[in-house]
Write a protein that binds this ligand. Structure first.
Ligand SMILES: [Zn+2]
Length: 417
């Protein structure tokens, strides 16, 4: 079901130092039935720092079969993501204006929401997605999808197509991959020689500097800075030609990669250097910065618990909003259950009627707010707090919001964000 990492998945070094221990935690996206009496599975959630290539990685790798057996994440649900994907496809269209002849392959394509945006711009598209129920949604919405994990068998199926993909995207999946060298080498097998490979990953600089520790859960095996990614692609004999900051998932980076012999695309050295300099300036190539981060994480836990405790002392009713995986990390790390937070609202039908593993806080539709009128609402997806506040205008007439991180605080509306 899981194994411990023995060496760095990028550079192979065994000099890995543990800097954060969130304890034994259940799987964030494996929701359980509210009335289930089966015991939940718990796995260690600890982060290690590679002193050679500066990659942060989990000490324990939960096998994909365990991790994805009861998976509930469907991307399309959030407006923020749809806008983001639309902008992304426009960015690619600038590089490949002749969209009709440019096949776009999306790895871990989920319900096809990114590919929909490419399709709208005339690109032929193909998805690869291991979760059968989610791939079926994509197919029903007109996105051809290979139901596989990215690997040998998926590669074979892609190579059977008339053309090689000129664009391969992997958004928010790279961090989930244990053997990233083989992932990249499989990409090289199918990518057209004049093609580009684009990954998007949450940026570890934000995780550390903005205290976004709730993005740590068992699915996210790696937390990337730019430096270790440059090392990875150099080892794989690929060229990184641009890196961009993307304001999603609390701050991500988009990394553009090509074959070295593809001279048609200019390398933006200045952009790449900017990231490395920022990482250096923040001390992120030394363990000390991570030890300080670990202390800030503990402080956040104490602050959040103190705030909830005060409100409970006054008999207040508290609910949550947004049953994202990050809510599971925060709640389980803080040891918070239904004695503090009675329920969590979420608009995804896949999640409603279920509960988080570990704390067993039930997930119900957001119209329940009107009936139950909680005094406080914790916005777990706090990095998109503004969007959530707009969605819950009605709630403001009787309740207040709690923003849990980076430091727990109470606000009335978006003006206090
Ligand atoms: Zn390393």
């Amino acid at each position: 079901m899981f194994f411990f990492v023995e060496k760095c998945r990028i550079c192979g070094s065994k000099d890995l130092k543990k800097y954060l221990n969130l304890g034994q935690m259940p799987l964030a996206n494996n929701l359980v039935d509210v009335k289930s009496n089966k015991s939940d599975l718990f796995f260690p959630l600890e982060v290690l720092f590679c002193k050679k290539c500066f990659l942060s990685q989990l000490s324990a790798v939960v096998e994909p079969e365990t991790l994805f057996s009861n998976y509930s994440y469907r991307t399309s649900i959030s407006d923020t993501f749809i806008k983001h994907f639309s902008a992304f496809s426009l960015e690619v269209q600038k590089i490949f204006p002749d969209t009709k002849n440019c096949l776009v392959l999306d790895i871990a394509s989920n319900d096809g929401c990114l590919l929909q945006e490419f399709k709208k711009k005339g690109f032929p598209v193909l998805g690869v997605e291991p979760a059968k129920n989610i791939a079926e949604i994509a197919e029903s919405e007109g996105i051809e999808t290979i139901v596989e994990f990215w690997g040998e068998s998926a590669v074979k199926k892609v190579l059977q197509k008339k053309q090689k993909p000129q664009v391969i995207t992997a958004t928010n999946v790279f961090a989930h991959v244990d053997d990233i060298h083989s992932f990249v080498s499989d990409v090289k097998k199918v990518l057209s020689p004049d093609g580009i490979f684009i990954i998007e990953v949450p940026y570890a600089l934000n995780l550390i500097m903005k205290n976004e520790f709730d993005t740590i859960y068992h699915e996210h095996l790696s937390y990337f800075l730019v430096r270790p990614l440059l090392t990875l692609f150099e080892m794989e004999k690929l060229d990184v030609f641009d890196i961009q900051d993307i304001p999603i998932h609390g701050g991500s980076i988009r990394v553009f990669v090509k074959f070295p012999q593809n001279n048609g695309i200019k390398t933006m050295h200045q952009n790449i250097r900017k990231f490395v300099e920022k990482e250096e300036k923040n001390g992120l190539y030394f363990l000390d910065a991570y030890k300080k981060f670990s202390f800030r994480v503990l402080k956040s836990k104490i602050d959040f618990l103190e705030l909830l405790l005060e409100l409970k002392k006054d008999g207040k009713k508290i609910a949550g909003y947004g049953a994202a995986a990050k809510a599971s990390t925060l709640l389980n790390y803080c040891g918070i259950g239904t004695e503090y937070i009675e329920f969590i609202c979420d608009d995804s039908p896949l999640k409603q009627g279920k509960a988080f593993a570990g704390n067993h806080i039930p997930i119900i539709p957001s119209n329940a707010l009107e009936k139950t009128k909680p005094d406080y609402l914790v916005l777990f997806a706090w990095t998109i707090a503004k969007e959530l506040i707009t969605k819950t205008k009605e709630f403001q007439s009787y309740g207040k919001y709690i923003i849990p991180l980076p430091r727990a605080k109470i606000i009335l509306d978006e003006k206090n964000l």
